[in-house]
Design a protein around this ligand. Structure first.
Ligand SMILES: [Zn+2]
Length: 232
């Protein structure tokens, strides 16, 4: 009874609102307006960069305006914005965090070694934060494009970021460890756990070298361009 009453009252109110306000339809159609492609368009293969048939994809990766539509649907953002599921690691995550794919998807042997070392380093009051670990190919590709924009050329970018095909992060075989105290600890003690810095220009980047436990870490490459693995 009362429910029906309320219903009729409600429809009456809506009805008058619609007839009086011309814009009754407008807010609806505005919210139903298809949003521009957010990030899906950004990791496009090289061929589609300039002459794409998409109307509104600006050049490379700076997309200042798209931060507004991205903020609207917080749930969907994970899929489109290459978030945690693609290997982005939130601040404060350590090697012990199993819930973040960037950590959980690391090679199990590497992760075990990192945790053993971290447990011992904790005695010295040091925590092993993970700035980056496993990355999806799409995420690696975006990092590479960002590096090209930042350093101005693919050659210079290659000194810092590998391609999805050759990156040890994509295969789960590398972790970038955070904070100077942790990397200093690792450079002194890491070999005993089979953990080695690989590139001289990246004191944070560690990979597993089981032979290091007995024989010490191999000589570092100056940077990734010197690493035969990156010359796919
Ligand atoms: Zn790295």
């Amino acid at each position: 009874m009362t429910r029906r009453l309320r219903l009729t009252v409600a429809t009456a109110v809506i009805g008058t609102a619609c007839t009086t306000a011309l814009g009754c339809q407008a807010p609806n159609s505005a919210s139903a307006r298809p949003e521009p492609p957010t990030i899906a368009a950004s990791p496009a293969p090289p061929g589609t960069s300039e002459s794409g048939s998409r109307p509104a994809s600006p050049g490379h990766l700076s997309r200042p305006a798209s931060s507004v539509p991205l903020a609207k649907p917080p749930r969907r953002e994970r899929r489109t914005a290459l978030g945690e599921a693609d290997g982005a690691v939130p601040a404060g995550v350590t090697v012990f965090d199993d819930t973040v794919p960037g950590v959980a998807n690391l090679d199990p042997a590497l992760l075990r070694a990192l945790r053993r070392a971290a447990a011992d380093a904790a005695d010295d009051g040091i925590r092993f934060y993970v700035n980056s670990g496993w990355r999806s190919p799409a995420y690696q590709n975006r990092l590479l494009r960002e590096a090209v924009a930042k350093y101005g050329s693919e050659e210079e970018a290659a000194r810092w970021v590998s391609t999805p095909a050759t990156s040890q992060h994509v295969s789960g075989d590398a972790a970038d460890i955070g904070r100077g105290d942790a990397t200093a600890w690792l450079s002194e003690h890491g070999a005993a756990y089979g953990l080695c810095q690989v590139y001289r220009n990246e004191p944070w980047h560690y990979e597993l070298r089981p032979g290091a436990i007995d024989g010490g870490c191999p000589r570092m490459y100056a940077d990734p361009t010197q690493d035969p693995r990156t010359r796919g």
